[in-house]
Ligand binder design. Sequence first.
Ligand code: PEP
Ligand code: MN
Length: 352
Amino acid sequence: MIIPSNDKFTAEQLKEVETILKEFQCRVAPIPGDTMTIYAIHGDERNELMINRLEGLSYVSRVDTIQSPYKLMDLKSRLAGEDIKIGGRTLRKDLLIIAGQCTIDPKNPNFFLETAQAVKEAGGHVVRGGVWKPRTSPHSYQGSDKAIEILMDASAKTGLPVNTEVMDEHQLQIAVEAGAHMIQVGARNALNYSLLKKIGELTIKKGTLILLKRGMHMGTIDEFICAAEYIVSSGNRNVLLCPRGTVPGLDGYRCHPDESITPLLKMKTWSPVVVDPSHSVGRAVFVPHSALAAIAYGADGLCIETHVQPKNGIGDDPKQAITPDVLKKIISDATALFEMKKKYPMYAAKVV
Ligand code: PEP
Ligand code: MN
């Protein structure tokens, strides 16, 4: 990656850099940040002559050639020093709570508006709501473009940022244009590299946060981090990693809880870890335990399905959504635990 001497290259400087890279069959992708734009090199960046020519330019500070399959996500990357913020929270420093319904029911929009308000009152920071749903059966409710209006209405009424999952480019475009503050990539699309690239490209200007779930069948930790690398190398560095349980599940749980990978992620990457206990254990009664375990393992946040009337919800809500009063207790205890955990520093470059 190329680190500029100033905060970013001018148009002429970028052109000159592109010309050099082209000679070596490489290309450049700018990744804007709060303090500076860094420039990812796509292609083999180890060519010594190419590095020397780039470093010979007066406006280039240095070229970092981290030998890692995820050189941008790597803890040693220049991006490790950048903050990711949403709803007045600075990730890694402040605990982040994302909560709300699995699925927005367009027939009962008031449920969602009430849930969003209750999430706010319980102390949540981002409201989640499924507009489009990846359902195992094609006969189950699949979501609807119309629900995006309910999602954005809830954001306007509560003043909280919102998160929703997209599964294809059409949905991505609608969500980005509507102004969704956080886009979720679900477990089923966690290795959909074309979608990950598109998300990076289409959200680059908006500074949207991306909540990348861990694939259900995902093997290694590196595979998970590499999936995030696709988004970052396409331009958007605001990626949060979300363990959500893997299959086969533990007998009695929906999945095999995997919050325990948090320290391993933090040893390798700077990206904040936001654990989803709801899909992991799959039953409301277990969610508080899994949520607090995630914080004990060093998670930076939680994404919890919550509904004002779970039994009248759709999708996963009747089974695994907690009520706002339980959410409030979890937030209170998770906040205390999160502060306590600061006594045991993790590897992340910027633990505060
Ligand atoms: C969800 O968040 O409702 C969801 C479908 O999650 P996952 O992709 O983790 O199954
Ligand atoms: Mn769900």
